[in-house]
Design a protein around this ligand. Structure first.
Ligand code: ZN
Ligand code: ZN
Length: 372
């Protein structure tokens, strides 16, 4: 197969920004130094870019795990352009292909099967997609979204305005233009790029697989820290319609926390989660498979395998029983609440009718007294 042509715009952009980040930024730090204002501004900009990608591009638009208010969508659209990771429409289209054809070296745009470099950045350096680059058939729903399409249409202008305009504006406000351009401009962009790229590369190489081995995705707490919670990638690849990636309370998933908190003020709604029962079943199935692999070489393997199978089946049936009764309990509580409400309403109607009768009796008595 012929090697596809290089995409020089991307190569120059990645090379120049990296060069400035590793040469000019440390040089400026040594010669002039950075103030806390610039460091805090860069961290905030980094967070804004990162969360626009994880909460916006990824969990909202690519996977539709929740609904978002247009104001929030607009904020994501601007932040996504600031993160310089192509338009939301294009990003979501690539990402849906990634999930659908994960690890398929021909169809997954950043297949981990082609190695770290390719899945991290290499896939963007050559025109590997060819004619399919502009094929947006898998994002027809997003083509009806006015904010997504507006951002797609004006992506280049928005990317330039945000990447030059925001750091420059911050620089002019603080009086340290060059420092702000270097830190909130270039270093922020380079870090933001690689933190996201880690999800395509490292999150498919480094970590454990508690839920599935059907694809290369891994759960990794360290990566979750740098990727705003996206490091729980093994869970994500099996339950991609769940708005959470880290499902345990102690797992670092600020994207999930943000989406949840935004629902309290009406900025997000219809947060989708996978039933706990299915999550536990997937995990148990993986444990069983691993145990079977481990014991199959033991002398009494047949006996152990049989016991494992029996206990596993029993556990699954107990699990199903428990979640079934839990569901019924919730339904009963709901019915009770409805009953309580209607009883309350009934009592109120009783009092109202009693009052109406009393008033009408008084009226009658007055009328009767008047004519008798
Ligand atoms: Zn995804
Ligand atoms: Zn992935």
């Amino acid at each position: 197969m012929k090697t596809p042509p290089l995409i020089w715009t991307n190569i120059i952009l990645f090379a120049l920004s990296s060069l400035v980040a590793v040469v000019a930024v440390p040089w400026y730090a040594i010669v002039y130094g950075f103030s806390w204002t610039e460091i805090i501004a860069a961290v905030l900009c980094l967070g804004y870019c990162g969360m626009s990608i994880t909460a916006g591009y990824h969990r909202l638009w690519a996977h539709k795990t929740y609904d978002a208010h247009p104001i929030l969508q607009f904020i994501y659209a601007i932040g996504g352009a600031f993160a310089l990771q192509n338009s939301a429409l294009h990003w979501a289209s690539d990402h849906r292909d990634h999930h659908r054809h994960v690890d398929n070296n021909d169809k997954d745009p950043y297949s981990a099967g082609r190695g770290f470099w390719y899945s991290h950045i290499g896939w963007m350096l050559r025109d590997y997609q060819g004619d399919s680059y502009n094929d947006y058939n898998n994002v027809k729903d997003l083509q009806k979204n006015r904010i997504v399409m507006w951002q797609h249409k004006h992506y280049v202008a928005l990317a330039v305005i945000t990447n030059v305009g925001i750091p420059a504006l911050l620089g002019l406000l603080t009086g340290h233009l060059m420092a702000m351009l270097l830190l909130a401009g270039v270093l922020r962009l380079v870090l933001s790029h690689h933190f996201t790229f880690f999800i395509n590369s490292l999150a498919h190489i480094w970590g454990n697989q508690p839920y599935t081995e059907k694809n290369s995705a891994r759960d990794n707490g360290v990566l979750a820290f740098f990727t705003y919670g996206e490091g729980y990638h093994n869970f994500h690849h099996i339950f991609e319609y769940d708005y959470r990636n880290g499902i345990k309370w102690y797992q670092f998933d600020p994207t999930k926390w943000f989406i949840k908190a935004a629902s309290w003020v009406g900025l997000t709604s219809k947060l989708r989660t996978c039933p706990q029962e299915r999550i536990e079943q997937a995990k148990l199935q993986m444990q069983l498979m691993r145990l079977q692999q481990k014991v199959k070489h033991l002398p009494d393997a047949d006996q152990i395998l049989q016991t494992l199978e029996q206990e596993y089946n029993l556990l699954i049936s107990r699990l199903q029983d428990y979640y079934q009764i839990k569901k019924e309990l919730l339904q009963r509580k709901k019915q009770q609440l409805v009953a309580q409400y209607s009883q309350c309403e009934f009592k109120q109607r009783y009092s109202e009718f009693k009052q109406h009768l009393y008033l009408q009796r008084q009226q009658w008595a007055q009328l009767a007294a008047h004519y008798s």
